[in-house]
Design a binder for this molecule. Structure first.
Ligand code: FES
Length: 161
């Protein structure tokens, strides 16, 4: 295991030692692992499987079944497109489609350059601005799909300066 990860694996080992004997401990252990590592890389899944003495496919199955688990590191910019009712009726799906097109990824995925993670979310609590998306802490309201390329470009440009 890489040296800089040693501390994280030590933390994970502590969690495993504490929860191992309890029934249904796989999910909580995976949740803790994700908190520690930020996502669930394959070596972490392997480690958990080995420690719990279960097949890797069991861990992988849970990781892929539940949306809360992330198999890839999050991008620098987390884009959340609200698909709550108010946003949906005002065309949020079209905004999401445009983002998928511009970024070349599907909702739940991260761009290959590690810059953007695209997510569809529930109500963001800004329904008056529907349709709404957030890029990290920045809120964009009353969006139309044709505004999407310029918004993304702004963040890309910020990376090149
Ligand atoms: S439904 Fe989108 S912010 Fe509430």
């Amino acid at each position: 295991m890489p040296k800089d990860n040693k501390e994280k694996f030590d933390q994970l080992q502590e969690v495993i030692d504490k929860l191992k004997q309890e029934q249904g401990s796989l999910m909580p252990i995976m949740q803790h692992a994700q908190e520690i590592f930020g996502y669930l890389p394959e070596d972490v899944q392997r480690y958990i499987a080995k420690e719990l003495d279960i097949p890797l496919s069991d861990v992988y199955g849970v990781a892929t079944f539940y949306a809360q688990f992330k198999l890839n590191p999050a991008g620098k910019y987390n884009i959340s497109v609200c698909l709550g009712t108010a946003c949906y009726v005002k065309g949020a799906q079209l905004v999401l489609n445009k983002l998928e097109e511009v970024l070349g990824v599907k909702a739940g995925e991260t761009t290959a350059d590690g810059l953007f993670t695209l997510n569809a979310t529930r109500c963001l609590g800004a329904c008056g601005l529907a349709p709404v998306m957030m890029v990290n802490d920045d809120v964009y309201g009353r969006l139309t799909p044709d505004q999407v390329p310029a918004i993304i470009e702004k963040y890309r440009l910020a990376e090149t300066i």
